[in-house]
Design a protein around this ligand. Structure first.
Ligand code: ASP
Length: 307
């Protein structure tokens, strides 16, 4: 049955197990996922666009310090914040993305400006920060983005003598996919990347086709997980391609591609929505912060693998 509208959100996938989170943290995370669902649903109910809904949902999660995006982003090896974000509109296949930005309060909205107000798809670092300023987007200083917990995560990583980045990815990238009343789909993803990243490392999130993709002919996808593997499996586009070219249901395609990521050695998950409003997720990590709402169903929020 076609759903009038659907919204699915994620707040990251990784080693998220019962007992890892305090009851207080768990409550706050569930509340934030619910608030993100409601921010997007309010738009979709009023016949707003999938793109507006996905952006609005992601902005809520960016502003919440529990997630690794916007406020609460992880630190690089050098102690800086370098955020990545992307948006894609399935109606036109227009896309915009930024990588390594440090001054825009809501990087997802900067990605949208790249899509709508520049001739480009992907802007990086100082150039993207300058574009943000020129666009008049809300700016924020390090004191907004940085949290004591993320600082501690970096120190722990370094004192463990670990010169790799954090492979456990306990802290969630955020994303949203939506299908609106007009039948269009859109995707948005935002992240601080991985703790201890260096040398200008870029993950899958801002790469169109890898971490983010939307095409009305197939669906919309936002990924979270070990970015290096998601890039190699071109996860978001691969799911859409299987659906469009091989006629696979989008949830089946999502499960198959996550299995393939696992075969390469990667972990993480995806959220998907199809043009018929089918929405859901697939992941191979122990947990994933996630939520779904549609015109036909009540909001659902979940954290652990067995929920
Ligand atoms: N995929 C993100 C990255 O590699 C990290 C994550 O989803 O936790 O930058």
């Amino acid at each position: 049955m076609n759903q009038d509208w659907t919204l699915v959100v994620h707040g990251g996938a990784g080693i998220i197990e019962q007992g890892n989170l305090s009851p207080e943290e768990e409550r706050s995370i569930r509340a934030a996922l619910s608030a993100a669902l409601e921010a997007g649903a309010a738009i979709l109910r009023e016949a707003g666009t999938a793109l507006d809904a996905a952006e609005a949902a992601v902005r809520v999660l960016e502003d919440d310090p529990h997630f690794n995006a916007g406020r609460g982003s992880v630190f690089t090896f050098d102690g800086d914040i370098e955020m990545d974000a992307a948006v894609m509109d399935g109606r036109t296949r227009d896309a915009g993305a930024v990588t390594g930005v440090g001054r825009t309060r809501n990087p997802v909205s900067l990605a949208r400006r790249v899509m709508e107000d520049s001739p480009h798809v992907l802007l990086s670092r100082e150039g993207a920060d300058a574009f943000s300023l020129q666009q008049g987007l809300e700016q924020a200083g390090p004191e907004w983005f940085e949290t004591a917990e993320r600082r501690r995560n970096l120190e722990e990583l370094k004192s463990a003598g670990n010169d790799a980045f954090d492979v456990d990815m306990k802290y969630g990238t955020v994303g949203a996919v939506a299908r609106d009343k007009a039948g269009h789909v859109a995707a948005a993803t935002s992240t601080g990347g991985v703790t201890g990243k260096r040398w200008g490392r870029i993950g899958d999130s801002p790469l169109i086709g890898a971490g983010t993709y939307a095409d009305d002919r197939a669906g919309a996808v936002s990924c979270t997980g070990s970015g290096e593997f998601f890039i190699r499996a071109v996860v978001a586009h691969e799911i859409c391609a299987r659906t469009r070219l091989a006629g696979e249901p989008i949830l089946g395609a999502a499960r198959a591609v996550i299995k393939d990521v696992g075969a390469l050695g990667g972990t993480g998950g995806v959220i998907v929505v199809g043009p018929d409003g089918t929405g859901g997720w697939a992941f191979n990590s122990s947990g994933m912060y996630r939520g779904r709402i549609s015109s036909e169903s009540e909001p659902v929020v979940a954290i652990y693998g067995d929920e």
